[in-house]
Design a protein around this ligand. Structure first.
Ligand SMILES: Cc1cc2nc3c(=O)[nH]c(=O)nc-3n(C[C@H](O)[C@H](O)[C@H](O)COP(=O)(O)OP(=O)(O)OC[C@H]3O[C@@H](n4cnc5c(N)ncnc54)[C@H](O)[C@@H]3O)c2cc1C
Length: 461
């Protein structure tokens, strides 16, 4: 029986949450505990949830919530106390049995600091409530069927490698072969396919094609929360700094009147694939050491900047990438001593005290500045405004998120239901939302999933 009340495409953060919210809402609307008791299926019992609704989660990966496991370096920074949806996120995880804690920056983690605890709790709750989860199944197309429902066509891309405990497979009988199509029908569909960032976790941008199939506008997408690569002409100059980390203030600059460089940003449409490299040749003499007059500041951030062999990384640099829309003529300006005034640093260096520049910045950066500055004033200027030309980002493979996506103007913001196609919902990163590092992206995934799931259940009761 391939007929469902709800099919959720993508069993990631948003999709698992959507399925849980749908089944909880359906259960509540059917009378909650009383209904369960009448059916002899107590809530929370081994028999699972008791909503009459049938829910199927389809996922292209070999296991549900695979990306959740990688978040926050395996610790899952699942929200932030200043995120819009933080209160609802907190209630949701409390109801799912995951104890939370926060750090001094407001970043919220599971108390266990284990992303697996979050993923496993979501999968267990979805299964307990009665959801079926079918892995290694990639949805190829969604179309409207008669009677207000949908037809969902999927392909098995292989046998599941590791199914989490409790994950059931839809249907019965002999397992389908690789590539064999499967067809499902559903009254409601939630598209929670994520974006295009990190294809290793099953993100190929399929949700955008599904949206476009219904005439729904998809805003241009680009890789975000991703390192920048040096312009080819300056890579050698900064090579000696590889491995250095420094607390700094960073700014993304668009160099006005720049030569445009090579468009290597992955911006301007989801077809663009950006794996870094390339970039315009810029002679050393043309590298601005402090481009105050000739530059526009597009974005700024503070934190630990990391010099790599290919370019600049670190969370503060990731945050700048959300504002990079592609093209050359960009630079990252680094203030290596944000708490100190330039004239104080110049005075200290001019005083000839023993430590010299190494008393101000990391020794390798000190060597770099000594090589490039003639006097204390120029050295202080480089400490405050070290300007690094960049030609693009490391692209989709290394991006944590996708900026752009299904236009928010195309959905009702209280339900994320498509305005043009009632019954079709979007949740998570497939939508045109991108947040800073620090838990905002997962927070949006949980919250949009909750809203879409609840709203979809409400329309069926
Ligand atoms: C390494 C890394 C670390 C991160 N750390 C954090 C962090 O600490 N905090 C934070 O807030 N954010 C973090 N993020 C971002 C965060 O993980 C995402 O924003 C979030 O997972 C988006 O949730 P989602 O459910 O929309 O998409 P996803 O989690 O990407 O889930 C989408 C699911 O859909 C499936 N899918 C895609 N296409 C199809 C299809 N056609 N058919 C069937 N299934 C399909 C995929 O297999 C996938 O399982 C991190 C991202 C990465 C890559």
């Amino acid at each position: 029986m391939n007929n469902y009340d709800l099919i959720v495409i993508g069993a990631g953060a948003a999709g698992l949450t959507a399925a849980i919210a749908f089944l909880r809402e359906a259960e509540a609307r059917q009378g909650g505990a009383a209904h369960c008791e009448a059916r002899g299926e107590g809530i929370g019992g081994a028999g699972g949830g008791c909503a009459d609704a049938r829910v199927l989660l389809l996922d292209a990966n070999g296991e549900p919530g695979k990306k959740i496991l990688a978040t926050g370096n395996g610790r899952c920074n699942l929200s932030n106390t200043s995120a819009d949806g933080w209160r609802d996120t907190k209630d949701f995880f409390q109801s799912t049995g995951v104890l939370l804690c926060e750090d001094e920056g407001g970043r919220v983690y599971p108390q266990s600091r284990q992303a697996a605890a979050v993923r496993d709790a979501l999968v267990r709750e979805a299964v307990r409530l009665g959801a079926e989860i079918l892995c290694e199944t990639r949805v190829a197309a969604v179309s409207e069927a008669g009677g207000g429902g949908f037809c969902v066509k999927a392909e098995r891309s292989g046998e599941p490698k590791t199914l989490s405990k409790g994950v059931r497979r839809a249907g019965s009988g002999a397992p389908e072969g690789r590539g064999e199509p499967r067809v499902f029908s559903a009254k409601r569909v939630i598209v929670a396919t994520g974006g295009k960032a990190c294809p290793a976790y099953g993100n190929f941008g399929d949700g955008y094609a599904i949206a476009r199939g219904f005439g729904i506008e998809v805003n241009p997408i680009r890789p975000a929360l991703v390192p920048f690569v040096y312009e080819a002409g300056v890579k050698e100059r900064f090579a000696a700094l590889a491995g250095v980390r420094a607390k700094a203030k960073v700014e993304l600059l668009a160099r006005l009147g720049g030569d445009g460089g090579t468009d290597n940003g992955g911006g301007g449409g989801d077809g663009a694939d950006n794996d870094g490299g390339g970039g315009a040749e810029i002679g050393a003499a043309r590298i601005p050491s402090a481009c105050d007059a000739a530059c526009d500041v597009i974005a700024s951030s503070e934190g630990e900047v990391q010099f790599a062999s290919y370019g600049l990384s670190g969370i503060c640099v990731f945050d700048l990438s959300r504002y990079y829309t592609g093209g050359g003529g960009h630079a990252i300006r680094i203030d290596l001593a944000p708490m100190h005034a330039e004239h104080d640093i110049a005075g200290l260096l001019a005083s000839g005290r023993a430590a010299g520049l190494a008393g101000v910045v990391h020794s390798k950066i000190a060597e770099y500045i000594e090589r490039n500055a003639g006097d204390a004033i120029a050295a202080a200027a480089l400490v405050k405004r070290l300007t690094v030309p960049v030609s693009g980002t490391k692209g989709w493979k290394e991006a944590q998120i996708t900026a752009g996506g299904v236009s928010l103007g195309e959905v009702h913001m209280d339900s994320y239901e498509a305005k043009k196609t009632p019954g079709l919902y979007f949740a998570g990163e497939a939508l045109d939302y991108d947040g800073a590092s620090g838990g905002y992206n997962l927070d949006f995934a949980w919250n949009s999933g909750m809203k879409a799931g609840r709203a979809a259940a409400a329309t069926l009761s």
